[in-house]
Design a protein around this ligand. Structure first.
Ligand code: IMP
Length: 183
């Protein structure tokens, strides 16, 4: 689905499908270099990271393992609840592995802080974070983010895995949701 099929649900497109593809390729090249000779495990945070996991993993030039976690975050609203709960845990024992946690978006960083401390307690050889989008408030969070796709303004965005109330994940670009959709 592209933005022309949305009938005014977006105020504007922030990142096009082409820009997303180009940036994911650049990040994959960096990751290829940084993890040369290592056995990389990509951990995708469901559901939002599905698109980036599919594109990033295929843009890498060597094998990687993939696993998934699901955590509760916003429910159907657009404000962070601050409560993080594991809904689905990893199938992989990450002890001694080089783990790259793959996130769709970091807003307050609450979800990320929880995930990083949770994964770190399992004893991986290394743990880094990639996010496709980062909002300004994330700067206040002390967790280091090794790979950032795009820094975006503090607006509610949808597409490329990001949803509002379960919708818009399959939008190929990323855009700001028009207020009439959620008010
Ligand atoms: P945080 O804990 O405040 O950093 O929020 C992170 C989670 O909130 C993300 O993984 C998303 O599920 C959701 N989220 C934050 N901002 C947006 C947005 O603009 N659009 C869609 N989901 C968002």
């Amino acid at each position: 689905m592209d933005d022309t099929q949305l009938d005014g649900d977006l105020t504007r497109v922030l990142v096009t499908k082409e820009e997303l593809a180009a940036r994911i390729s650049e990040l994959a090249a960096e990751i290829d270099r940084d993890y040369a000779g290592k056995d990389l495990l990509l951990v995708g945070v469901l559901n939002g990271a599905v698109m980036v996991m599919a594109d990033l993993s295929r843009a890498l030039t060597r094998h990687c393992r993939m696993d998934w976690m699901a955590v509760s975050s916003y429910g159907s609203g657009s404000q962070s609840s601050g409560v993080v709960r594991i809904l689905k845990d990893l199938s992989t024992d990450v002890t001694g592995l080089d783990v790259l946690l793959v996130e769709d978006i970091i807003d307050t960083g609450l979800t990320l802080s929880y995930l990083v401390s949770n994964l770190r307690s399992r004893g991986p050889a290394s743990l880094r974070v990639l996010t496709v989008f980062r909002k300004p408030e994330a700067a206040r969070n002390p967790v280091e983010i090794a790979y950032v796709g795009f820094d975006i303004p503090n607006e509610f965005v949808v597409g490329y895995g990001l949803d509002y109330d379960g919708r818009y994940r399959n939008l190929t670009s990323v855009g700001a949701l028009a207020p009439h959709v959620y008010s």
